[in-house]
Design a binder for this molecule. Structure first.
Ligand code: PLP
Length: 383
């Protein structure tokens, strides 16, 4: 194969740059604990913010869904892949988020591709925050219109770009996945409104963990969903499932249903999973204690890390990155933590900017107070 040599070289280069990636085989997942190669670790690298992934009610709902609807959807939603369970999940999302309609997609990555490929017209312009997720950046690169990026959360930079481009779509995240911070909602929406720009919000990390009943980052700041043209979030984080949705007006969702290739030409989610997600939303809405716990953990972590003089980024969410800078050092710290029973992955470029390697602590409602004390004590001893 003529490409083999190139593949080998590229992989070797990745190894030399300490950027080689490999999945870890998780033998057992128990919320705050993971078991790898027979060894248990305190887990600070998951996205199970509310600790729902091991909930007995969710397991029961998934089993019931499988018994009622079978395992797979057996087709695209526009053929035979849209079942009663998909409609139930759609209705649940509309009621929870107070939106007119929702489209279900097989992943957040696909949802972001669909949004940036389908919504803008040729003469439109996409404006992305510089720290947007890879799924948004890749989608912008191949979108049908021009795009540019503005410095992270820099409102005057965004304002001047909006002045240069009419028919803009501003694309940002509710909680930035690698930094844990959120845009200032009133400034962002005021800017979009004053320039008549459309707003696309990826709230993958905000949904469930913030806002009244876990509606998301915009709701946490008292925002109105009507200010968002297209709201996207995935089910793989706080809701402990898989897949994603896009929410918006009846008109926008109908347009995506007609022209969204990632929707039309893709097998829809498993109906059993959709059934379980309905239960996940119910639990998320009514079990406020999970968000309260998460908030307490994040405040405690910040207080202790500040006292220990660890370099934190400004985040008030369950994502608490400790900036290391050097990739090798971040990997070494992660390894040393592992030897002390703590699973905390190093995040390296290109996921984060060059010299931006970090230990990205993610908290869960299932963590215990002593877990956080233990993490900080260990980090301080290694730093
Ligand atoms: C901000 C953000 N958007 C989109 C995605 C992609 O979602 P999915 O994992 O469902 O493909 C992720 C990662 O999971 C993410 O962190």
């Amino acid at each position: 194969m003529h490409a083999s040599r190139r593949f080998r070289q590229a992989i070797e280069q990745r190894r030399q740059q300490q950027l080689y990636r490999q999945p870890t085989l998780i033998e057992q997942y128990q919320g705050r604990l993971v078991q790898v190669a027979g060894q248990q670790y305190l887990n600070f690298s998951g996205n199970d913010y509310l600790g729902l992934a091991q909930s007995d009610q969710l397991k029961a709902a998934l089993s019931e869904g499988a018994l009622r609807f079978g395992s797979g959807s057996s087709g695209s939603p526009v053929l035979t892949g849209f079942h009663y369970a998909h409609q139930a999940l759609t209705d649940k999302l509309c009621d929870w988020l107070q939106v007119e309609d929702v489209l279900l997609l097989s992943s957040g990555f696909a949802a972001n591709q669909l949004l940036l490929h389908t919504l803008p017209d040729k003469q439109d312009h996409l404006l992305l925050d510089k720290l947007c997720h890879a799924s948004l950046i890749d989608a912008a690169l191949t979108a049908p219109c021009s795009y540019s990026r503005f410095s992270h959360q820099d409102w005057s930079a965004l304002d001047s770009k909006l002045r240069q481009h009419s028919n803009s779509w501003v694309v940002t995240e509710g909680v930035f996945s690698m930094d844990g911070d959120s845009p200032d909602w009133s400034r962002l929406t005021a800017l979009c409104a004053s320039h008549q720009a459309e707003l696309i919000l990826d709230d993958a990390h905000g949904l469930g963990q913030s806002g009244p009943e876990g509606r998301g980052s915009w709701a946490a700041q008292g925002g109105n969903v009507a200010g968002i043209s297209a709201l996207m979030a995935n089910f793989g984080k706080a809701l402990a499932g898989q897949g994603a949705f896009v929410a918006g007006s009846t008109l926008l969702i109908d347009y995506l249903r007609q022209f969204g290739r990632h929707y039309i030409y893709s097998t829809s989610l498993s109906p059993a999973l959709c059934w379980a997600l309905c239960t996940a939303i119910d639990l998320c809405r009514k079990e406020q204690w999970r968000r309260d716990k998460l908030q307490q953990h994040s405040e405690l972590f910040r207080r202790l890390a500040t006292e220990a003089e660890l370099p934190l980024l400004p985040s008030a969410t369950a994502i608490q990155p400790v900036l290391v800078g050097d990739t090798e050092k971040a990997l070494m710290l992660s390894e040393q933590l592992k030897q002390r029973g703590i699973w905390l992955s190093a995040i390296r470029p290109p996921t984060v900017p060059r010299h931006g390697a970090r230990l990205r602590v993610t908290l869960s409602a299932l963590h215990q107070t002593e877990d956080i004390y233990h993490l900080i004590k260990t980090l301080r001893s290694l730093w």
